[in-house]
Design a binder for this molecule. Structure first.
Ligand SMILES: [Zn+2]
Length: 138
């Protein structure tokens, strides 16, 4: 974390552009102490916070690790719900916690929580999603 180089406003710096989503040449627009706070993109002219490209490079790896965790949790849920009957997901369907559902777009999922009278949280392979599901009125 120690940077010996001191930055100055107006100096050129490589930052991830939050608009272009690329590591591009930027001009330092503001400093907080010795830390670069704001930069202006030379490509789109956007003024935004400084995003160190070196720290951003780790992001895909971090994301992959997070995704693996999500998938492992999902597999465990699927296994624990394996004895249940798979139900196709529909808006009109009424699902309970731990129900195994088959979604046309997201695939197999397990209901992890009922959030409100018409919303459920479902764990799918690529993460948790909130779906519509009306609680059945008895
Ligand atoms: Zn830009």
């Amino acid at each position: 974390m120690s940077t010996t180089k001191k930055h100055q406003v107006g100096e050129e710096i490589t930052s991830i552009c939050t608009k272009c989503k690329l590591a591009l040449d930027h001009t330092i627009a503001a400093l907080v102490g010795e830390r670069v706070a704001k930069v202006q993109c030379k490509t789109c002219g956007g003024l935004h916070r400084y995003v160190n490209p070196a720290s951003a490079i780790e992001t895909p790896a971090k994301r992959a690790a997070k995704q693996t965790k999500i998938e492992q949790a999902w597999e465990q849920l699927i296994q624990s719900a394996a004895s249940k009957k798979k139900q196709p997901y529909t808006f009109a369907g009424s699902f309970k916690q731990n129900d195994l559902i088959d979604h046309a777009q997201f695939g197999l999922g397990v209901v992890t929580e009922r959030l409100s009278w018409d919303k459920i949280q479902v764990s799918f392979k690529d993460g948790e999603k909130i779906l519509l599901s009306k609680r059945r009125v008895q």
